[in-house]
Design a protein around this ligand. Structure first.
Ligand SMILES: [Zn+2]
Length: 304
């Protein structure tokens, strides 16, 4: 990151939060967000579109990955276990230590279901941009913000279930970029913490009228922060600062935002095998088209 970028990240040094808005009430004030994001959410112009926190996942070794050099826009993720605290000094919004991810208590969910949900939500962002979800890695089992050296490899984006002390905040996430901003280890950059004291559901039709929350919607929003997006004032966007019911599909404003950071999605090159044998050409094209249709990221609303 260049000097200018470093200064910008230092000036923000923020964890961005997704807040609760009571059904029927006016939007709650984003009390935890740092300027200039707050002004957009609380009283800013309603026409304001996506905002950029200032950082992105860059090429090279990240503190969270040690000597592993990733390409431009690549990030891994991992799930923190129970019993860890924050040693970065950047996160003061917790009570106690992390809990097992299953403490989120989505009915019927086992660990593998949480893993699949996080991966799919990250894929939603990856599917429309040149950001690459490098997938889940084992978590090194160290405190949030600890150095990689103290606990082996960690995901760039570490996801944890934790009790968040601010009553209006469902979850929060740290922006990516210069990891040295967040303490000596710096690995808290990109991390995502979900409040265990909420009623989480896997409900793509949640209306925000019943006091529970669609986990996929909140994770999708927080991962937007983990990738570098701030809040948007565009109504209906995933990056709006208040929960307003399930919202699993990216708005055009969200797509414009993520593409502004990482670039547009790369178009897949034709399969070389399609051109190897003349006789197989037609079949090759057919199977290729079928495969592409099958692997095209599903609309998140398809997840039931
Ligand atoms: Zn937010």
């Amino acid at each position: 990151m260049d000097v200018l970028g470093t200064v910008r990240v230092l000036a923000l040094t923020l964890a961005a939060f997704f807040t609760v808005s009571a059904a029927g009430a006016s939007a709650s004030v984003i009390i935890a967000d740092a300027a200039p994001i707050t002004s957009l959410d609380a009283s800013g112009p309603t026409s304001e579109s996506f905002t950029f926190l200032g950082g992105k996942w860059n090429p090279g070794a990240n503190a969270a990955q040690g000597s592993v050099v990733q390409g431009p826009g690549d990030a891994t993720w991992s799930i923190m276990g129970a019993g860890f605290s924050d040693v970065s000094g950047a996160d003061t919004a917790h009570i106690g230590t992390t809990m097992a991810i299953t403490a989120l208590a989505v009915p019927g969910f086992l660990v593998g279901d949480y893993q699949a949900l996080f991966d799919q939500a990250l894929d939603v962002w990856a599917s429309v941009s040149s950001f690459t979800n490098m997938g889940m890695v084992a978590d090194g089992g160290v405190n949030a913000g600890a150095s990689e050296a103290s606990g082996g490899a960690l995901g760039d984006i570490r996801i944890a279930a934790w009790e968040i002390s601010t009553s209006t905040v469902l979850a929060h996430a740290f922006e990516p970029g210069n990891e040295s901003v967040f303490g000596s280890g710096g690995s808290i950059a990109g991390d995502l913490h979900l409040d265990v004291n909420r009623t989480w559901r896997d409900d793509p039709t949640d209306t925000n009228a019943d006091g529970d929350f669609d986990l996929f919607t909140v994770v999708l929003h927080e991962l937007g922060h983990s990738l570098g997006l701030g809040h948007s004032a565009v109504s209906g966007s995933v990056m709006e600062g208040n929960y307003a019911g399930a919202r699993r599909t990216l708005h055009a404003d969200d797509i414009a935002g993520i593409q502004a950071i990482y670039g547009a999605a790369t178009v897949a090159a034709p399969e070389p095998s399609s051109f190897v044998l003349l006789g197989a050409l037609g079949l090759g094209f057919l199977s290729h088209r079928r495969l592409r249709r099958r692997v095209r990221p599903e609309p998140s609303s398809a997840r039931a």
